[in-house]
Design a binder for this molecule. Sequence first.
Ligand SMILES: [Zn+2]
Length: 143
Amino acid sequence: MSAATRIRKLGFRRWYERQLIEAHASLVTAFLTAIVIIVCLDQFHWREGGVKPLAMLVLMVAGIALCQKTLTAYFKTLFHAEHFASQAVCGKCKTYGALEVQSCAAPGTAERDDWLTVRCRKCGHGWTIAADAAKPALDKARL
Ligand SMILES: [Zn+2]
C-alpha cells in the first residue's frame, strides 16, 4: 500500500506517527543487532573446536546483514515521513498536518499514488503534496 493510500485511510497525523514508530523500531533493532555482533566478535576464537566458531561467524554475518537492512529502513522511513511532513503545512493559515486528502493525483492528471491533492481542515485551502522527493509540491493557488 502506497503512502498516499495510507495517508488517505489513516489521516496524515496518524500516518506520520506510525512512520516514526516504525522508523525507530528499525533503529532499536539495528542497535540490538550491533550489540549481538560485538558480543560475537568478542567471543569468537578459531582455536576453540567444535561448532561454536562457525556459529559465531554465521551469527556475525547475519547480524551485519540485518543491521545494514534495518539502518537503511530507518533512514528511508524517516526521510520519507519528513518529506511528507515538510509539505503538510497549509500555505494560507500555516496549520500543520490538519489536512484532508481529496485525491491521490495532481489536479488535471490521472489518478496515481505519487501525488496527493489535499485540503486544509481549518481554512479549506488546497494544495498538492508530491510523494516523490524529486517533485516539488504544487500550490493550488498557482494552478
Ligand atoms: Zn489552512
